[in-house]
Design a protein around this ligand. Structure first.
Ligand code: SAM
Length: 351
């Protein structure tokens, strides 16, 4: 038993986009027939550069589980993958059927933990480079696999579980909260999103995104013809401008532009590129509302627009289908050092 496959989790309904993306990235890396090369691909892909996958696990083939004793085959599969893991994550698809499996996995977990300990497998080694995943696809089958702690989602099931803050005027606030966690590490947040910095929020009403920035003590211009929650205006940190987000320009360069306007993705991608190209802001986070069909192609089109607008200059772009996104992806575009494309680096040629 080996981890010869890549298991990617995504939002239900986005399996096609996930497959299209991984095929495109494999081709970019020069890997063909990636079914056989799942393990190598899984080691060389950079998770954070993928848009649609929520989690990336190198996994075994589907393991059939006898009803009488599910634990023994899982422990045997785990032992084939290693002895020391940072965590044990028992997971299932994020669907109603998947969730119903928790009636099985909850009582199973303590038995599995005891059996792993008895087999000499650690699942709480803070220094271990990998986590152990047991991903149930039904009561009688699961994948057993591993994720690299430094190259995967830090959230079980790839789901950023964030509490809805009571003071925020809208649930959309969770999108920006997740984006800031996803795209910036703690050090970057401290440096690039510091108290006293300035921001524009385009399409701000009723103010969920503005609320996130206000919490971080930024000074915000909230641009929208719609109303902004008066509690935000009372903070003294928010100015409301009833203006068109496509026409608004800051009087002088600011630190951030965030944008949640419901508009065509290519128009938003062009707008965000312009803000960076003209130096109106340094960092930007924006939502790209995807069409029902050809969602992967639309992501590619937006990337091309950004590259056409900014190709000559250094820019940094990441896009992610966040847990709090539905028919949309969230992008982070900044004036900072660019990353190279996925490379074949250590992928071995097919024997
Ligand atoms: C999804 S809502 C934004 C929610 C907001 N981010 C929050 O957290 O509360 C989209 C907003 O974009 C605004 N909008 C759409 N087109 C706009 C434009 N051209 N200029 C300014 N605002 C626009 C709408 O009025 C609407 O309030």
């Amino acid at each position: 038993m080996s981890a010869a496959r890549i298991l990617l989790y995504c939002r239900a309904g986005f399996e096609k986009e996930c497959a299209q993306e991984i095929s495109a990235v494999a081709a970019e890396m020069g890997v063909e027939g990636f079914d056989d090369m799942g393990a190598e691909l899984g080691r060389n892909l950079e998770f954070r550069r993928l848009v649609f996958p929520r989690q990336m696990v190198r996994a075994s083939e589907l393991l059939a589980l006898p009803e009488v004793d599910r634990v023994t085959p899982i422990v045997a599969a785990a032992r084939a993958l290693g002895r020391r893991f940072a965590a044990l994550w028992i997971e299932m698809p994020d669907t109603n059927d998947g969730k119903s499996l928790s009636t099985l996995t909850k009582p199973l977990t303590p038995h599995l933990e005891r059996a792993l300990a008895k087999a000499g497998i650690a699942i709480d080694d803070a220094k271990a480079a990998e986590r152990l995943h047991v991903f149930f696809v039904g009561g009688r089958a699961c994948h057993v696999g591993v994720s690299d702690v430094g190259n995967s989602s830090r959230w079980p099931m790839g789901i950023a579980r964030l509490r809805m803050p009571s003071g925020s005027p809208s649930r959309s606030t969770l999108k920006l909260a997740e984006a800031l966690l996803e795209f910036l590490d703690e050090e970057e947040r401290a440096k690039r999103l510091a108290p006293g910095m300035t921001a524009a929020d385009l399409g701000a009403s009723p103010g969920g995104w503005t609320w996130q920035l206000v919490q971080r003590e930024l000074m915000v211009t909230a641009v929208d013809n719609g109303a902004i929650d008066p509690r935000l205006l009372e903070t003294g940190q928010v100015k409301h401008r009833r203006d068109d987000g496509f026409h608004y320009r800051p009087a002088e360069p600011i630190d951030w532009m965030v944008c949640d306007m419901v508009e065509s993705p290519s128009k938003i991608a062009r707008l965000a590129s312009r803000w960076i190209a003209e130096g109106w802001c340094r960092d930007t986070i924006f939502n790209l509302k995807l069409p029902m069909k050809k969602r992967w192609e639309e992501v590619g089109r937006c990337r091309e627009i950004i590259d056409t607008e900014l190709g000559g200059a250094g820019y940094y772009l990441r896009m992610k289908h966040l847990y709090h996104d539905r028919e949309e992806v969230t992008a982070y575009l900044a004036r900072r050092q660019r990353e190279p494309l996925h490379s074949k680096r250590n992928v071995k040629e097919k024997p």
